[in-house]
Ligand binder design. Structure first.
Ligand code: XMP
Length: 317
């Protein structure tokens, strides 16, 4: 029967045989799948694996720096690309969620393609595709995290002409985690909640601006940190904060405020297809709310989302 040790061992041998001395390029996202794929490939072909990690400016607070650091510690040959400004300027003025998704997907491909061109003689594109992605290659709301389904019609980017290697494509998520564990990946990466490819871009309702990103990153950071401190993070399938384009009246000292609202979402789920809202303890919610309102400038109200999926989705956009 299946063991993660045996899987890792045979896959590394197979990858060596399949790839020989060829160069391979892979987009790292900070997520479980691409990370495990990268480490497997790294064990097989070492420096011939070229990883690219794009900062789209829509990641969680400090995420880009800390994830990049982890990958470097792992010895991965990785290039971080700061493309924050490019994403932000392309998103200016855009309010529609599907348009935002398309823009983020397209700009990602452009940035990745430019970077892949810098690598001489690259022959393969590696992807962290897992079995459920193979069955359902496009997510419910549009482009999924895989590069393939992102591509638009205006001609294929050059990296898509590469041969594709997908070492995880027979595995389910829990098996990917077990393989990651076997390979020595830390819970910092293995235990993290799913995070959508378009990131905070679809957790800011309406137009995305640098100011809103900064506010949401702070609020989300306080939220997630408190869930960790309370020992709740690992029991939750996915949690995150949402920036609402709604202003409400408040009072701070003896001054009237008129500021934005943050919504908190936390769900229990097995596969993201259905989900129940988490019954977080009131004292934890109270602490999070206080901290966000006191520390995050621009927010004077916090609400908790008590909707399950269906009919509500996990993300608000
Ligand atoms: P929904 O909101 O449809 O989300 O209930 C189900 C799961 O999918 C994630 N999600 C996305 N992931 N690109 C992604 O890579 C997307 O455009 C996208 N939209 C939703 C969501 O975070 C949840 O885990």
């Amino acid at each position: 029967d299946w063991t993660s040790d045996a899987f890792a061992e045979t896959t590394i041998v197979d990858l060596k045989a399949q790839l020989g001395d060829d160069k391979v390029v892979l987009a790292l996202s900070g997520g479980v799948d691409s990370s495990v794929a990268a480490v497997l490939l790294h064990k097989a072909i070492g420096k011939n694996l070229h990883c690219i990690f794009v900062d789209n400016g829509l990641l969680r607070k400090n995420e880009y720096e800390s994830v990049l650091e982890q990958y470097k510690d792992f010895g991965l040959n990785i290039k971080g690309v700061d493309a924050k400004d490019r994403f932000l300027s392309e998103l200016a003025g855009v309010e529609d969620p599907e348009k935002k998704r398309k823009i983020i997907g397209r700009v990602f491909i452009e940035v990745f393609d430019d970077e892949a061109h810098q690598i001489q003689d690259v022959k393969w594109l590696a992807q962290g595709t897992i079995y459920p992605d193979v069955i359902e290659s496009v997510s419910v709301k549009g482009p999924s995290a895989t590069i393939k389904s992102h591509h638009n019609v205006g001609g294929l980017p050059d990296f898509m002409k590469l041969k594709v290697v997908e070492p995880l494509k027979t595995l389910f998520k829990d098996e990917v985690r077990r393989v990651g564990n076997t390979l020595g990946l830390e819970s910092f990466i293995l235990g993290r909640h799913p995070f959508p490819g378009p990131g905070l871009g679809i957790r800011i309702i309406g137009e995305v601006t640098a100011e809103k990103i900064a506010i949401l990153q702070e609020a989300d950071h306080i939220y997630i940190q408190n869930l960790k401190d309370a020992g709740l993070y690992d029991q939750i399938w996915q949690a995150g904060a949402i920036f609402l384009p709604v202003r409400s009246v408040g009072v701070m000292g003896d001054e009237r405020t008129y500021e934005n609202v943050i919504a908190l979402r936390a769900v229990e789920s097995l596969d993201g297809m259905t989900a129940d809202w988490c019954h977080l303890p009131y004292p934890v919610l109270a602490k999070i709310s206080n901290e966000i309102i006191n520390k995050v400038k621009g927010i004077n109200r916090v609400v908790y989302d008590i909707s399950s999926k269906p009919p509500a989705t996990i993300e608000w956009e």
